[in-house]
Design a protein around this ligand. Structure first.
Ligand SMILES: NC(=O)c1ccc[n+]([C@@H]2O[C@H](COP(=O)([O-])OP(=O)(O)OC[C@H]3O[C@@H](n4cnc5c(N)ncnc54)[C@H](OP(=O)(O)O)[C@@H]3O)[C@@H](O)[C@H]2O)c1
Length: 152
């Protein structure tokens, strides 16, 4: 990583691992080189709780805390669910006209990954995002059943 970070001023960090602990050593290397970090966190993180209530919020909150302690200039992106997640239904849709899954009434504002990337690029390049936690949502609240019925 140290070689890859040579001359890099700003880093976009995604953390797809199940535990936050390895992020500490990653951040140790990153902060030797970069002064700015934009972290793809999660809308599951709740600032109103001392301890996060569920695992996704807990994982991302732990990485956020480690970044805050790193001394770098940080921006957290907290997206809600990605539209791309619905692609997991594709095999069922190809095979028939029934989609089986959990929590059909669960409602969310899906957003397109390109929109997440656009925000990330601005946060990396522009000034004025330091210390900000940007919650990213899509344009419309849809239950999972509504997403299946109206994929557009
Ligand atoms: N999906 C959502 O709705 C959602 C919502 C809020 C926040 N997020 C955040 O966005 C992140 C990405 O979400 P996603 O749905 O795109 O996840 P994903 O589909 O699981 O993609 C994870 C990506 O990370 C790569 N990866 C996994 N382990 C790696 C490793 N050890 N070293 C290098 N690359 C590794 C994978 O590479 P391969 O393809 O080669 O396996 C894959 O490209 C999540 O981790 C989460 O922090 C997601």
């Amino acid at each position: 990583m140290a070689t890859a970070l040579h001359g890099v001023e700003a880093v976009f960090l995604m953390w797809p691992l199940p535990t936050a602990a390895p992020a500490l050593s990653v951040l140790d290397v990153v902060r030797e080189h970069a002064r700015r970090i934009v972290f793809l966190s999660s809308g599951a993180v709740r600032d109103d709780l001392d301890e996060q209530a569920e695992p996704i919020g807990r994982l991302h909150a732990e990485v956020e805390r480690a970044i805050e302690r790193s001394g770098m200039e940080w921006t957290f992106l907290r997206p809600h669910g990605f539209a791309r997640n619905t692609v997991s239904w594709a095999p069922q849709i190809r095979a028939g006209d029934v989609v089986r899954g959990a929590y059909g009434a669960a409602a969310m504002t899906l957003l397109h990954e390109v929109d997440v990337a656009s925000v990330a690029a601005r946060a990396l390049i522009d000034n004025g995002h330091a210390g900000r936690r940007h919650v990213l949502t899509g344009p419309q609240i849809l239950t999972q059943v509504e997403q299946v019925r109206n994929p557009r």
